[in-house]
Design a protein around this ligand. Sequence first.
Ligand code: SF4
Ligand code: SF4
Length: 301
Amino acid sequence: MYKGKFKVITGLGNKDKNKVKDLVLIWMKAGADIFDTSIEVMPYIQEEAKKAGFNLDDYIFCVSIPIEGDIHGKKAKIIKDKCNLCNLCKKVCVDNAINPPFVDELKCIGCSRCFDVCGNNAIKMYDDKIAFEKPFDKNIKLDMVEVHISIDDIDKIKKDYKKIIDVFNDRNVTISVCLNRKCFSNDTVIKLLSELKEMTNKPFIVQADGNPMNGANEDIKSTIETLAFGNFVKNLGYEVVLSGGTNKYTAELAGKMNLDCSIGFGSYIRKMTDNKDKDEAIKIAFDFVKRTKELLNAKQC
Ligand code: SF4
Ligand code: SF4
């Protein structure tokens, strides 16, 4: 259903409407297929895309919702009296969301890079409140709802997952489960996916989040885990989208593995077009989408 597609992940926590809009319009123009945003910005994105002359039916729209505790639903906060303004956190933030002692909540995607480098324990990660209980206006095009899971409490996962998917019962959507590889053994992945699939009668796919929030790294190591995890999930019989550590190597390696899948790119492509002149950004994006789809769809043997 979604094989060979290019997915743009704008960042579940990225609620800077204008920044997300600029990114989405560039990648729409460049030929990307699936657009995955937070639930809060989706209506605005679609309104702006229509104004810019895009036909929404040519694209697939996905909203991402975290189960409480999921890393994608976190935000960073600086505890001012512990911060010595050394700026180490600012240097590692790829989303320009931190300027000590302040964090721009709209831009922060909760990657925790700042948390990891702060030697003063001055950064606290907290769960953002997501308002997903109100279903979308029917005029908002919605093709997919993605539930993000990176906690290991199975009972809580199933309870929260049900609460989320029930909100979209009357919508004709695919349910996507984004599973963080680092949280589960193979046996738990097998059991959990089977149970989550059973809980819905809608089309069901899996986003294999191999190395969450590491796509900003330009190396093969970053993407190996998502390929291995994607292959594992694929062999269980699920349709797969790769994410987490996806970068310029992912499509080539997925093609070589004959891993019929789609690829979601997040921070890697956000960095690629950031601070570029619009035409230059579209050209860069177009070339990357074209190359990715060619490699993904090339049968190696
Ligand atoms: S790394 Fe820690 S101490 Fe340094 S500026 Fe950031 S929050 Fe403050
Ligand atoms: S480094 Fe990550 S968690 Fe920290 S402020 Fe930037 S986006 Fe937020």
